[in-house]
Design a protein around this ligand. Structure first.
Ligand SMILES: *Cc1c(COP(=O)(O)O)cnc(C)c1O
Length: 393
């Protein structure tokens, strides 16, 4: 270990991310536990309606995860065996797994070199008569080129299901992601921009959501959560073999508090991003994240790219050097085509998606969340600059 050359080390380890939970959340959860409803009930309803209002979305369905929301959306669209869904290799595996879950074939399209979002040109090249939908991911919180994807969807009559796990809140040409009528899936996992520990939301137009609600709860034909309340009847009918994807009121209690804090959380994220950008701007070995003029970035991730030709160490070693300085980082993402299941099933090689693959080798995500103190942020900056001082060519 090159510990001798470490001149900037925090006294305690800074984790890559931690949730920001306050007394309000704790009080609201306790209030739920003391009430008659602990699973899906009035708070889940209120969270849906406040979330939809916040995004100016036509409707919202609270679910157990973003994975559940994506799965529900695909199933509700009737996508299944024989169908193809085009998505990105630069994502978490859930995005692609759900396509397999409905029995369809995931078709990957490489990403743009600047945003690392799915490239509309590559999407068009991947369209076949079996293509039913495009499943883009707003990588790191930077919206995809929606106009280009919408044009393809119109011409080839495809659905667009957005994975907005990183994109709360983000805007494309002034409109909030999730504000349109197509299905958009959000994640409230522990370290997402808003958390309910585990949870997700599907926004879409009300007719789609009415069907999605049935799909997401056992295929029961009526609002099943009401059946134990006064005035609720015992009778229901199963119209399809649905899932068990409902959000509990304990989760919704967290979500209601977090939604009220979201603007303040985002202000803090933007401040931290400005500090990182200022500190790293003149570093030839670093490539900073881009923001196109037509978008507002949700800054879920600060994904830094190393210019490996300007360094004497690899990205993996860079991460170890930061860990030796007590700075936790992560990598988003190991491209889908490199994972054994997808590699072997579809015969991919690393070169199948060269932009995703070459960027993966030089990517790392720095800590970015509202719980970071000014000291934490300056420790991250000092840690990165110290590694660079020791390992520039
Ligand atoms: C976190 C994440 C998901 C999965 O979210 P869950 O709520 O954990 O199911 C899906 N897609 C992307 C891009 C993610 O980062």
């Amino acid at each position: 270990m090159t510990v001798g050359s470490v001149s900037a080390r925090r006294s305690t380890f800074l984790p890559f991310s931690t949730p920001t939970i306050g007394e309000e959340e704790i009080r609201e959860v306790v209030d739920t536990l003391r009430s008659r409803w602990i699973t899906t009930g009035p708070k889940a309803k209120r969270f849906e309606s406040e979330f939809a209002t916040y995004l100016q979305a036509p409707g919202a369905l609270a679910l157990s995860s973003c994975t559940a929301a994506l799965h529900t959306a695909l199933k509700t669209l009737g996508i299944g065996p024989g169908d193809e869904v085009i998505t990105t290799p630069m994502t978490f595996t859930a995005t692609v797994n759900v396509i397999e879950h409905v029995g369809a074939r995931p078709v990957l399209a490489d990403v743009e070199p600047d945003t690392l979002n799915i490239d509309a040109g590559e999407v068009e090249a991947a369209i076949t008569p079996r293509t039913r939908a495009i499943l883009p991911v707003h990588y790191a919180g930077h919206p995809v080129d929606l106009d280009a994807l919408r044009a393809l969807a119109r011409v080839y009559r495809l659905a667009i299901i957005e994975d907005a796990a990183h994109a709360l809140p983000a805007r494309y040409k002034g409109q909030l992601i999730g504000g349109g009528g197509n299905p958009v899936a959000f994640s409230f996992y522990a370290i997402k921009n808003l958390t309910t520990a585990e949870g997700g939301m599907l926004t879409a137009d009300p007719e789609f959501l009415a069907q999605a609600r049935v799909v997401s709860l056992h295929g029961m034909s009526r609002d099943a959560w009401k059946r134990y309340d006064q005035g609720g009847g015992w009778f229901y009918e199963v119209v399809l073999p649905g899932f068990k994807y409902n959000m509990t009121d304990i989760q919704a209690a967290l979500g209601l508090c977090q939604l009220r804090k979201l603007e303040q959380f985002q202000r803090r994220r933007r401040e931290i991003v400005s500090q990182y950008n200022r500190a790293f701007l003149d570093e030839p070995a670093l490539e900073l994240p881009v923001t196109r003029p037509e978008v507002e970035h949700a800054w879920h991730l600060y994904a830094l790219r190393l210019r490996l030709e300007a360094l004497t160490i690899s990205r993996d070693r860079f991460i170890e050097e930061l860990a030796e300085r007590n700075i936790g980082t992560s990598v988003h993402f190991i491209p889908i085509h490199l994972h054994p299941y997808y590699r072997d099933r579809y015969g991919f090689t690393p070169a199948s998606f060269p932009v995703a693959c070459s960027n993966y080798q030089r990517l790392l995500s720095l800590p970015l969340n509202p719980a970071l103190t000014d000291q934490d942020v300056s420790d991250v900056i000092e840690g990165v600059l110290d590694v660079l001082r020791n390992h520039r060519v």
